[in-house]
Design a binder for this molecule. Sequence first.
Ligand SMILES: [Zn+2]
Ligand SMILES: [Zn+2]
Length: 269
Amino acid sequence: MELKFTENLFSLNQDDVVTKKNLYDLIQFSKVKGSEYWAGDSNIINNTPQQGINWIGDLPDTKGVLIKTRPGSYVEDGWSDDSHNSYHYSFKARNNVISYTEKANQVLISQPQHLYPIFLFTESGSDWIFRGAFSVSTIEDTYVVLSRYLPNLIAEPTDEYNKNQHSEGSKKYVTHLMAERNSAIVKEVKQSREWVCDICNTIFKDTYGVKYIEAHHKIPISTYSSQHEVKVDDFTLLCPNCHKAVHIYMRKDGIEYDEIHNILKVKNA
Ligand SMILES: [Zn+2]
Ligand SMILES: [Zn+2]
């Protein structure tokens, strides 16, 4: 498969082979106006040298991320299962120090918020093998877990994205999103409750004729630690409109669920 423009990355199929020269040229020349690979500012592939990770467009307008892995480049990197559905990928460190604000790490931490695909390539001689598109499913202190891309997760509002958000706060917000994507617990929450929105009391099925509800993790973000354990009792059920509004308040005003709940209850009265 020959990549002529950045956009071609989005139509790769699993196990497609791309030569190292082709991908190298695409990355370098996507930045060069007038070159044969140039396809506009929004298709520039950025990188910091020698890190094996690239991103298409800068946050918050990132369209995708490229990861090229070589065995052993970071000790813990590699597939976490035999069926190759998840991949352990280390944050980039300089002198053994990880900065979450470094762009190469930011594009990983921010993925659950913006849901752009992460294209994973593994090395094979003079080629890269495309292993598929992935999402960040877990964020730990030193690495992320990439899982096969499922674009069905709650789309987060990007317009209110606060570029100045403190990175620790942003990491906690991502931890919050992760909790809401813990499918085993979310399933348990949904099985054990009535599907009524906690804020507007909508029963989706009655209004729209189809059963639907979302689980919101209501634990105050300020109390999160990296060892935060996710529990069924920490969730409430919300309709998609109220859920979206809650997340916008969380991000915009930094307030917690109980307070947002009270504000929205009054508005819905
Ligand atoms: Zn609602
Ligand atoms: Zn939520």
